[in-house]
Design a binder for this molecule. Structure first.
Ligand code: NAD
Length: 400
């Protein structure tokens, strides 16, 4: 039965433009937010028609435009601080993030620092951003992190053993523009890693724990899994499972690119409210240790996490089996079939099969388990009652 609580709320940008050609909406939207525009763009976009066209259209709308393109994947802290310092003189009214998840997160972090000051360490975690940031427009070129619709930015701090997240509703872009044509040139390994990331967002949003609402909180940072986020998540699971192998096999398959852009957008909308859980929690130390792309880690870990939560989430896993076409008619065996099919899809798109293949050593396993348990927000968002043994079982199985 539905209750007001289970219908919950979704935290979203004011506007989301989706579809082939939607990129053309950006200049108008930008000048509506202000005249001084800073474009934080992925370096692969320099010298492309997309960027030069955007800059020309912005200028013809009367905007004063500056461009910043020093983006290193997974965002090392020193690079973020250097870029933010350099962008200060542009005094932007609006910031456009244009590129993969790293570029979108860089735009969020620049916008946060310009409005509230450095150092970024003061904003780590949840709910530490004191107020609105410089308005953001997010244009993803991967499918994807979902960063265009979430209030999350992730970076790498060499002083920490974990990747670091900053999460606040103030970081949600005002406008998201998702044009599938922008992802057509992405190489297969980027398509695979970012697509796996989107699939994990969908599955983890769908299998997240149901949390008690916090009515009347000033900043509802965490909305939690609800019926709306689950509808979006399950649709994303179905779409991405079908489209991802096709997009990796043939980057020019426009139908697969369209489906991936749509699926990753829905997955972002779902996890922006429902959150993610254990694959993400375990990837934080694994990513910091191995310097491997976020989606490679979360995608490789997902089947191992699902095996451990199977007992506490078998009905949800059976629904996933239905969505990806492997249901058996029995909830228990359907859950197993879903896990097997997901592991085989991750293999098909070229992800590593184990943590050892990603460079983790046996001596790292215990440290990864300890550090995972310290990512309390994500660990608590799974249906598992987390203890050292359960997390150790996942990490050990994934290592072998
Ligand atoms: P990325 O942004 O790191 O890009 C990977 C590489 O692909 C880069 O070299 C980039 O230049 C290139 N690239 C991107 N789009 C391309 C295209 N269309 N054609 C050719 N090359 C292209 O990869 P990503 O997977 O999009 O983002 C990963 C980052 O996002 C990580 O830092 C991760 O932690 C973060 N993340 C953030 C959220 C969030 O909610 N904010 C969610 C998940 C992940």
């Amino acid at each position: 039965a539905l209750s007001i609580h289970s219908f919950g709320v979704l935290r979203l940008p004011d506007r989301i433009h989706f579809g082939e050609g939607s990129f053309a909406s950006v200049p108008r939207e930008a000048v509506r937010l202000g005249r001084r525009v800073l474009v934080v763009c992925d370096p692969f976009l320099l010298e492309t028609e997309e960027l030069s066209g955007l800059l020309e259209s912005l200028a013809s709308e009367g905007a004063i435009v500056s461009v910043e393109s020093e983006i290193i994947p997974e965002l090392p802290l020193d690079v973020v601080e250097r870029v933010s310092g350099r962008c200060r003189s542009a005094q932007p009214d609006v910031i456009i993030g244009f590129g993969g998840g790293s570029a979108l997160d860089m735009a969020k972090l620049v916008s946060l620092t310009l409005r509230h000051g450095a150092p970024l360490t003061q904003y780590y975690g949840e709910n530490a951003v004191p107020g609105p940031v410089v308005p953001l427009i997010a244009i993803p070129t991967t499918a994807g992190t979902g960063s265009e619709v979430t209030g999350v930015a992730v970076l790498t701090d060499p002083d920490r053993d974990l990747k670091v997240g900053i999460s606040s509703p103030y970081l949600i872009p005002r406008i998201a523009v998702v044009d599938p044509l922008l992802s057509v040139g992405a190489p297969a390994r980027v398509t695979a890693a970012s697509g796996a990331d989107a699939f994990v967002h969908a599955v983890e949003a769908f299998t997240a724990a149901v949390r008690d609402p916090i009515w009347g909180a000033e900043q509802p940072v965490f909305v939690g899994r609800n019926d709306l986020s689950s509808l979006l998540a399950l649709t994303a699971v179905r779409i991405i499972f079908d489209a991802l192998p096709r997009a990796v096999r043939d980057g020019g398959d426009l139908a697969a690119r369209h489906a991936m852009a749509y699926g990753s957008l829905l997955a972002g909308m779902a996890f922006g409210s429902a959150g993610t859980h254990l694959s993400h929690a375990i990837q934080y130390p694994v990513g910091a240790l191995t310097h491997t792309p976020h989606g490679v880690g979360t995608g490789m870990l997902l089947p191992f996490v699902l095996r451990e939560i199977r007992a506490s989430a078998s009905d949800r896993l059976a629904e996933i089996a239905e969505a990806i076409g492997v249901a058996t008619g029995n909830a228990e065996t359907s859950a197993d079939a879903a896990i097997v099919a997901i592991a085989s899809m991750m293999r098909e798109i070229g992800l590593p099969a184990s943590l050892a293949e990603m460079g983790v050593t046996e001596a790292d396993v215990a440290k990864i388990v300890d550090l995972t348990l310290s990512v309390k927000r994500l660990v608590a968002n799974s249906t598992l009652v987390p203890d050292y043994e359960s997390i150790a079982r996942i990490v050990t199985a994934a290592y072998l």
